[in-house]
Design a protein around this ligand. Sequence first.
Ligand code: TYD
Length: 136
Amino acid sequence: MDFKEIVDSRGKLVAIEQEKTIPFEIKRVFYIYGVNPFENRGAHAHYRTKQVLIALNGRCMVTVENENGRLEILLDHPSKGLLIEPHEWHVMGEFTEGCILLVLASEHYDEKDYIRSYDQYLEVYPRASHKGGSFQ
Ligand code: TYD
């Protein structure tokens, strides 16, 4: 997603509105920072939660897997967002120092909405593209 930047002589501003810019009601906001560059975060899918990820500072790489296969998406600008639909396995990694990753979520936190095991993900959403693949 490319958010509109409002630019003037003082700097830049991005405004995000639920159900307009973001295609859902935002029930939860969290942010991830201070991540060791050698560590991954995420590595799960959801049953219901939709999310939009925005790198407010720095960069990180997000790998997303769905029925069409896997995509690696670089988040490297605060005007860029990545919509992650429920059922999409996602892993965030390659965090640069100082990276702050903002996450807007459509649901309140509920551990029961997580699929944290990739094997379980394959059982719940069996797909041809998964065959033989091992992916964390
Ligand atoms: P975790 O799901 O491992 O984070 P990531 O999405 O980066 O993989 O969550 C880390 C811890 O934080 C875990 O104990 C659950 C807790 N947590 C909350 O309490 N509320 C939240 O909204 C989130 C995303 C996590």
